[in-house]
Design a protein around this ligand. Structure first.
Ligand SMILES: Cc1cc2nc3c(=O)[nH]c(=O)nc-3n(C[C@H](O)[C@H](O)[C@H](O)COP(=O)(O)OP(=O)(O)OC[C@H]3O[C@@H](n4cnc5c(N)ncnc54)[C@H](O)[C@@H]3O)c2cc1C
Length: 1002
């Protein structure tokens, strides 16, 4: 077990303001004129070398120029590269190739470059694509190709092209092969850092495999490392996410216990060969945890006397400089020397997306490229000054960045440059020729082609982006002078530090509404503040008395009175109240989360998401309400007449909601009905009465008159009593299909007005996974969809349908990932799966599990705490989809395998369930995705992602058939269903003739 580090843990603001950072960076950015001139000269020389080298840019740079990502061909090529080599069956590979080649115009793509790589891939693709001509249908293409050259030839040529591209980026498929290939260069003095390719571990077996491959590689590298001393020795780069299946902030204690000791073992092994050993930099939400693991390992006395331990730091992160200060302090405190690799960062688009999805206050990374460059130089300066405690390693393929460092350092001692294998060759060849004392280490990926492709795509994406130096250097039309423009000049003023085209997460939906506020669990201080709020708001749950049927009837009468005045308020007034309600919910987040945990058994992540959804409903319906219930719509008509259409409240709406979203669905129904001008009698589920009371209290506090919003408590009998009332104007219901049917019958049996029923019920939700899908991504999405919220979401995944060519691997990875879930007390932030709602639900699920054990093949059974209403995740394989006849509302996943040739039968089976709520498709073949969408009328279709967590106003939610009546909650058609329409036609010519017409001009 590693030791306690001698320093306090790393703390820094997660996402500080860009302008404040820019102000600081800009003050140190200007250099004396002679230095600037020197930088210009070096950079010009390097760029000229890049542009003038024998094969142009050679390698990937040339390929990117031919197949830029901004072209259809480039995109198709990237998707093809990402998936082709992992597709095992010929039929899917052929369909995939056909699909991608059909998207570009490869046949007419004239090759401008003579670089070997471009020619090889273009030749193969051109050969395959020559018959993909305009007007050909995708279905007809393969047949035509097969007739001409045969499908196997097409497949073989395309795979070969992909292998060539792969070969270019990977030094070897095994460490031995890589070492052999590096040997001649290493003998001449080139330094290498080997990287074992692969996606992060999802299972314990993955983590063990990566550990072994790192350990084996260290031994193999060590054997051939020669006699030079560090830093002139080879090294290895490791990813913490590869060494633990749940490397995430909420799992801190487990990660520190399990991962730190694994990392230490590898570091000790590396030390025994005196190698360089670098911990790669990954996503921003893992930075604090990475640093803790890194420090715990570094502090271990067994590593004393070794200078090879190192860390990568990303300059696109706003915290980069603080990280450097922190590790420098650590090195000083331990009196050790360590290596520090400065990179710009490889996950920029992922960071932006995650921050938006989580509704954070600001981005942890810069949003303008020159800010990343400026910060890189700032950090570089810091590193150069921190020698000899740190050994700086500058990883960049940007000639200006490299030239600046060279000029600022003044000499080449005490640091090195680094480049990726397959990139930056011309730049560094010239640099080393001009500055023989300079050193460049090559980061060399090692691995089989299946593992390579995710890495390759990151490189293609990064370097194909217009903003990237590689792309610009490769474009001869960009003058060298432009490439020499300093980042400080491009920024100019601190106010320009932010990219105005990338809104802050809060403003994502503006001008319509403000986004709800989220929390980053990877931000320790934000998580601690949230947990503090929750604990200080936690109270014992009071008991809530049930309403009697008589009281329920009287409540409807009272609500009828409330309707009179509420329906006469303006849409603006009602919207303003909902706005306030949204703000109040955010202010009471701690209290609401404590209740959701204690009463609803929900995990922290689910609670935060649920409060956000409730807030979003308030704000979305407020903004929709302003649009729909403001001024009447003026309609065209004959002159002398004014025709308008307006919406108004119907009367008293009964809102009956379930326990699984006791805040969000409860408030979603109520706020929509209120916004439309109705009075509401709300009946929450009997399992979650206290949350409902608090939610109603907050709505009253926001300004909804108590007469317009009433709460009745009780079980299904009270709900039934409400629905029977003569005076109700409509029912909005979320729950089971059976209860929805009963409500429908009760409403139909009544004399009097025919009133609307808006019902959202369950689903046998399926996800279809073909052989082109990425198994790791499928595992993440299936685990979230099937087991998050203990499977108690209407949208949860029940039926996973996997192509039989890949099913065994897919099940193995999902089962392995499920094994890593923590099941237990939902108040513990580390819990992934909490209890099911009550003993009755547990009994029902246990009975189903027992039946499945007899009728299906068990692939995984988790273990859950013995006391409490826990049901562990289970995975069963059915022989056919039709074996699952009803929704099973818990963490039980059913899997069926299908043959690619019988895809339509599968779609038919899914349609035959009669449900149509959510559906997932995981495939890289656009044609397959389009077929699924066209053939199944499912309400919410999710492609290559999980199938839960619909966002208000972004993924309006609800299905059809046995899954509900529509309209979709959180969508533009929802509010009108709660309203009456009224057309008013006024004969404006009745009194005094048609003055407007008579005075009109010709
Ligand atoms: C030896 C080596 C090791 C590496 N190890 C790691 C690692 O451990 N972790 C890791 O994440 N990456 C790692 N990388 C990848 C590295 O991050 C990229 O190769 C690098 O960012 C490319 O920078 P550049 O100076 O060559 O190119 P440039 O084109 O000058 O810069 C590209 C950078 O700008 C950023 N950028 C683009 N648009 C914007 C924008 N609008 N706002 C802000 N920033 C923007 C990109 O994200 C990228 O970081 C490594 C690279 C090398 C060479």
């Amino acid at each position: 077990m590693p030791s306690d580090p001698p320093l306090a843990e790393f703390t820094a603001a997660y996402a500080p303001d860009d302008a404040a950072l820019a102000a600081e960076l800009l003050t140190t950015a200007t250099l004396p004129p002679h230095r600037e001139a020197q930088i210009d000269a070096i950079a010009t020389d390097l760029i000229s070398a890049i542009r003038g080298s024998e094969h142009g840019l050679g390698g990937v740079e040339a390929m990117l120029r031919e197949f830029a990502l901004s072209t259809k061909e480039g995109l198709a090529l990237m998707v093809l590269a990402e998936a082709l080599l992992r597709v095992p069956d010929a039929a899917t590979a052929d369909a995939f190739i056909e699909d991608k080649l059909g998207q570009g115009d490869f046949a007419h793509h004239r090759i401008k470059s003579d670089a070997v790589l471009v020619n090889a891939s273009a030749w193969a693709l051109g050969l395959s694509a020559r018959l993909v001509l305009a007007g050909d249908t995708p279905q007809g293409t393969l047949a035509a190709l097969t007739r001409r050259i045969g499908a196997p030839a097409v497949r073989a040529a395309t795979r070969q092209a992909m292998r060539l591209i792969g070969n270019h980026f990977v030094l070897g498929e095994t460490i031995e092969a890589a070492l052999a290939r590096a040997q001649p260069y290493a003998r001449e003095g080139s330094r290498y850092s080997y990287d074992m390719l692969g996606e992060g571990a999802r299972t314990a077996a993955d983590a063990e495999r990566y550990y072994q491959s790192y350990a084996d590689a260290i031994i193999a590298i060590g054997r051939r490392a020669g006699n030079a001393a560090l830093p002139a020795r080879p090294g290895i780069s490791v990813k913490l996410s590869a060494l633990h299946p749940r490397f995430e902030a909420i799992n801190r204690d487990r990660v520190m216990r399990e991962l730190s000791s694994r990392l230490l073992e590898l570091a000790q092994l590396a030390k025994s060969h005196d190698l360089a050993f670098t911990v790669d930099a990954e996503e921003a939400d893992r930075l604090e945890l990475s640093l803790e693991v890194f420090a715990a390992c570094f502090a271990d006395p067994s590593l004393k006397g070794w200078d090879g331990y190192g860390l990568a730091v990303q300059a696109y992160q706003k915290r980069a400089a603080t990280v450097i200060d922190h590790v420098a302090k650590l090195a000083r405190a331990l009196d050790r020397r360590m290596m520090l690799r400065l990179v710009k960062g490889a996950y920029w688009d992922t960071e932006i997306k995650r921050t938006q999805e989580r509704g954070l206050a600001d981005y942890p990374v810069f949003t303008r490229k020159p800010m990343t460059d400026l910060n890189y130089l700032h950090c570089a300066r810091k590193l150069l000054a921190l020698r000899p405690h740190l050994f700086p390693q500058f990883a960049s393929h940007n000639a200006l960045t490299v030239a600046t460092i060279l000029a600022e350092a003044g000499h080449c001692d005490g640091y090195e440059f680094q480049r990726l294998h397959g990139m930056g060759e011309a730049l560094y060849a010239r640099l080393l020729a001009d500055h023989p004392q300079a050193v460049c280490r090559i980061y060399a990926p090692v691995g089989g082609h299946r593992d390579l492709l995710a890495y390759l795509v990151r490189r293609l994406l990064e370097n194909g982006a217009n903003s990237s130096f590689v792309a610009q250097a490769g474009d001869d039309s960009v003058p060298i002078a432009e490439l020499l423009t300093r980042p400080a000049t491009l920024i100019g003023h601190p106010e320009n530090a932010r990219n105005s085209a990338i809104p802050l997460p809060r403003d994502l939906y503006q001008p319509q509404r403000i986004n709800s506020r989220g929390v980053e669990f990877g931000d320790r201080s934000a998580l601690a503040a949230l947990l503090g709020d929750i604990e200080s708001a936690r109270r014992p749950l009071p008991t809530v008395a049930s309403t009697t049927p008589e009281q329920a009837a009287a409540t409807v009468t009272a609500a009828r009175k409330g309707f009179e005045s509420w329906s006469r308020t303006s849409g603006d007034h009602r919207a303003a109240i909902l706005q306030r309600a949204g703000d109040l919910l955010e202010q009471h987040r701690g209290e609401l989360i404590a209740l959701l945990q204690d009463e609803g058994g929900k995990t922290l992540d689910d609670c935060v998401a649920e409060v956000r959804e409730a807030v979003d409903y308030c704000r979305y319906y407020a903004s929709e309400g302003r649009r729909l219930f403001g001024e009447p719509l003026v309609l065209p008509g004959p002159t002398g007449e004014r025709n308008t259409l307006a919406l108004r409240g119907r009367g008293v709406f009964v809102a009956i909601s379930p326990w699984n979203f006791p805040l969000a669905i409860f408030l979603g129904q109520i706020t929509a009905a209120l916004m439309a001008g109705n009075a509401v009698v709300a009946k929450p589920a009997e399992q979650t009465p206290v949350i409902a009371e608090v939610a109603v209290r907050l709505l009253h506090e926001a300004g909804v008159p108590p007469a317009a919003l009433h709460l009745v408590q009780g079980d299904g009998r009270i709900g039934a009593a409400l629905v029977e009332q003569r005076d109700i104007a409509g029912v909005v219901f979320t729950g089971s299909t059976e209860v929805a049917r009963a409500i429908n019958r009760t409403l139909a049996a009544k004399d009097g007005p025919i009133v609307p029923l808006i019902a959202e019920t369950g689903g046998i939700n399926a996800m279809i996974v073909d052989a082109t899908a990425l198994p790791e991504q499928v595992a993440d999405d299936v685990i979230a969809s099937a087991f998050r919220s203990a499977g108690q979401r209407c949208s949860a995944l029940r039926l996973l349908c996997v192509q039989d060519d890949v099913v065994d691997r897919v099940i193995a990875i999902i089962a392995g990932a499920a094994r890593e879930l923590t099941i237990g007390d939902p108040r513990d932030p580390a819990t992934h799966v909490g209890p099911v709602i009550d003993a009755e639900a547990k009994t029902r699920l246990d009975t189903h599990i027992a039946a499945m054990k007899r009728e299906a093949q068990l692939h995984f059974a988790g273990t859950a705490p013995a006391s409490g209403n826990f049901v562990a995740p289970h995975i069963f394989e059915l022989s056919r989809a039709s074996q699952l006849t009803e929704e099973v509302f818990g963490p039980i996943l059913h899997v069926v395998r299908y043959k690619a040739a019988q895809f339509d039968d599968l779609l038919n089976d899914i349609a035959t369930t009669g449900y149509a709520l959510t559906l997932g498709v995981q495939s890289r073949i656009d044609d397959t995705i389009a077929r699924v969408i066209a053939q199944l009328p499912t309400g919410n279709v999710y492609v290559n992602r999980n199938i839960i967590g619909a966002v208000v106003g972004v993924q309006p939610f609800g299905g059809s058939g046995l899954s509900g009546t529509g309209p979709k909650a959180g969508g533009p058609h929802y509010l009108p269903r709660f309203a009456l329409e009224q057309t008013v036609s006024i004969n404006t010519a009745a009194a005094g003739g048609n003055a407007a017409l008579l005075t009109g001009r010709e």
